[in-house]
Ligand binder design. Structure first.
Ligand code: AMP
Length: 255
């Protein structure tokens, strides 16, 4: 396989990170009606890293393709990806149903084959389901090496060095292309799309496919029984001195 990068960036449309999610009436998930949606922040970081790999070495990257599996409206996040610099995109329209990570990974595997990708950069997790599974499952399905939670990525020829955020420090891995990387928060700070680029993105390629084009079973394997808000925090108490603090803690038997 050529070592020029053909990068696939899977992008999920999720409730905007700045919005406080509310539980729906049925208590089975988050209320999605009338709520702002955006690109999942970790996917934005994955796209940014792909763009920087190209900007830092023009000969390194052949193509950047973004793909989203979601409702028709997921086109919006793909248009944003095109405005930021992706070369082409695919929407896999699955309607409003949530697709589990296993089925997403199966579709992504087919996209990898279709696009002849040799590097997939995903977010480490989608901020709606917090599954943190798709990259790992995809690497298993493809039988490719994976480096998750990346905070630094360096590519030299077909050798990729990734620094990973781990508890209390960092770890550095090296693997050969083709491979799967998932991004952590500190990898980079994504750019904003400029207005002229948003206009130009309207003419860039956005392929529209359906779930039925992929022959993948989307049946859910996991049932959400209940989603609950965390208990409301009680108001705090101000104390005047350390002695008072200690006696209050003794009162509530915390000491
Ligand atoms: P998750 O495993 O659901 O936490 O998601 C991890 C990453 O997988 C996301 O940041 C995306 O890069 C990718 N991903 C998950 N679901 C989708 C989807 N429906 N469409 C495109 N990419 C997805």
């Amino acid at each position: 396989m050529s070592s020029k990068l053909r990068i696939l960036v899977p992008i999920k449309r999720v409730i905007d990170f700045a919005i406080k999610p509310r539980i729906n009436k049925a208590g089975t998930g988050v209320e999605t009606k009338g709520v702002k949606f955006s690109m999942n922040p970790f996917c934005d970081i994955a796209l940014e890293e792909s763009l920087r790999l190209r900007e830092n070495n023009k000969d390194l990257v052949d193509h950047i393709h973004a793909v989203s599996i979601g409702p028709t409206k997921a086109q919006d996040v793909l248009r944003t990806a095109l405005a930021k610099g992706a070369d082409s995109t695919t929407l896999v329209d699955v309607g409003d149903d949530e697709v589990e990570p296993l089925a997403v990974a199966k579709i992504l595997k087919k996209m990898v084959e279709k696009q002849n990708s040799n590097l997939v950069i995903l977010g480490k997790q989608a901020i709606d389901d917090d599954a943190n599974q798709t990259g790992q499952i995809l690497s298993g399905l493809l039988d490719w090496p994976q480096a998750t939670n990346a905070s630094k990525v360096q590519v030299e020829g077909d050798s990729v060095t990734v620094t990973r955020e781990i508890d209390g420090g960092s770890g550095t891995l090296r693997a050969k292309l083709p491979m799967v990387i998932t991004t952590d928060l500190r990898l980079n700070e994504p750019r904003y799309a400029s207005l002229p680029n948003i206009m130009k993105a309207k003419k860039k390629p956005l392929e529209k496919l359906k779930a039925s084009d992929f022959d993948v079973d989307l049946t859910k394997r996991v049932e959400t029984l209940k989603v609950e808000e965390p208990p409301a925090r009680q108001a705090g108490v101000r104390v005047e001195s350390v002695d008072e603090l200690i006696s209050k803690l003794k009162e509530i038997k915390a000491l």
